[in-house]
Ligand binder design. Structure first.
Ligand code: KG4
Ligand code: ZN
Length: 336
């Protein structure tokens, strides 16, 4: 089955052709990072305009690079939730148009579920189910119990800022670019993670709930207390201390959830999994966990994970109707 995937949930326009759920024939991505960098974060209106301009040429490019003809596609898959509503709607309208013009079925895919599937696509053998699933991205910090593809039970989520969003905001305080994750990781290599005593928050009554907004504010106050101008070492130490606290929280809660649920296979997904430091710390601090990481090019937003997941889901449930809507928020656990 040849699937054309479309991804426009936030600030990457992406298109891919995937055969039989795992074989990536092409994957084209146009990042809008430099556009939003000037504004210190994603500007939804600008993002929409860029998707509109970029999408159809990217579809052409993905089909060409896959060395197929457009009419050979069997299924059109589109990320229709969650994300920025205007951005989602551009991908969805394009997918509907292609589905009508080519007379091929359409399927709506949940972006967060696709991040977890990216880890499955990256493994030679599928993980043992049920397992845990952790999505750490710019918009989500979620811990799931994955019963099977399409059946998820939420066990923890962010009560405020997502972890990637906290990286982006702290990077901005340290005069770094958007997105901030790679910048923080680089600065942290030269920094002392123990210089500032920082901790991520707890969510009352939710042992696996995540909260990063207090951590971000603690960074702001600690920076305000330092003598000005800040030295390069101050900034590196702050980056290291923040990254240390954020990752300690994720690893600690995931390890406890694995023990409570007796599931030691872990699927990981989302942009923050691009961090080599996060991968290193999971290996050294949670050796009992069998971590299934996405290939690095599948960590950040991409359309290969959308086209990939579409194949097993379509076989199980069939396609979506032309009534398919985009939803800015959605919970995977409602699928279970
Ligand atoms: O999954 P993604 O591409 O988009 C969303 O679905 O949100 O994730 C983007 C996020 C950004 O917040 C970015 O700062 C973060 O992933 N990120 C990182 C790293 N690379 C990207 N965070 C920490 N360390 C990294 N190396
Ligand atoms: Zn994402």
């Amino acid at each position: 089955m040849l699937v054309l995937g479309i991804e426009t949930t936030c600030d990457e326009t992406a298109c891919a052709v995937v055969r039989n759920g795992t074989d990536i024939l092409s994957s084209t991505i146009l990042s809008q990072a430099s556009l939003h960098n000037e504004h210190g974060g994603v500007v939804p209106e600008l993002s929409c305009r860029k998707h509109l301009e970029a999408l159809l040429p990217l579809v052409d490019q993905a089909v060409r690079e896959a060395q197929i003809k457009l009419h050979e596609i069997d299924l059109i898959a589109v990320a229709h939730t969650p994300g920025l509503i205007g951005a989602l709607s551009i991908g969805l309208q394009c997918a509907k148009g292609l589905s009508i013009a080519l007379q091929k079925p359409l399927i709506g895919i949940n972006h967060v579920e696709a991040h977890l599937y990216a880890a499955i696509m990256s493994q030679p053998a599928p993980p043992l189910l049920p397992c845990l699933g952790l999505v750490v991205s710019g918009g989500h910090t979620n811990l799931w119990l994955v019963h099977s593809l399409g059946r998820y039970q939420a066990i923890g989520q962010s009560a405020d800022d997502a972890i990637g969003e906290a990286f982006d905001k702290v990077a901005r305080m340290l005069l770094g670019p958007y997105p901030g994750g790679p910048f923080i990781e680089k600065m942290a290599m030269q920094g002392d993670a123990q210089r500032f005593a920082l901790r991520a928050g707890r969510v009352k009554g939710k042992p696996y709930g995540f909260s990063f907004s207090g951590l971000k504010t603690a960074v702001l106050y600690a920076l305000q207390r330092l003598e000005k101008p800040l030295t390069e070492q101050d900034r590196c130490d702050m980056a290291a201390s923040f990254q240390y606290a954020a990752f300690s929280d994720i690893i600690d809660k995931t390890r406890k959830a694995a023990e409570e649920h007796g599931t030691f296979h872990l699927l990981l997904g989302g942009g923050v999994t691009a961090s080599r430091e996060l991968r290193r710390r999971f290996a050294s601090e949670a050796p009992a966990l069998q971590c299934h990481w996405p290939d690095t090019e599948l960590s950040l937003d991409n359309a290969a994970m959308i086209a990939g997941l579409a194949c097993p889901l379509y076989k199980e449930r069939g396609g979506s109707s032309m009534e398919l809507q985009c939803l800015s928020r959605s919970s995977l656990s409602s699928n279970s």
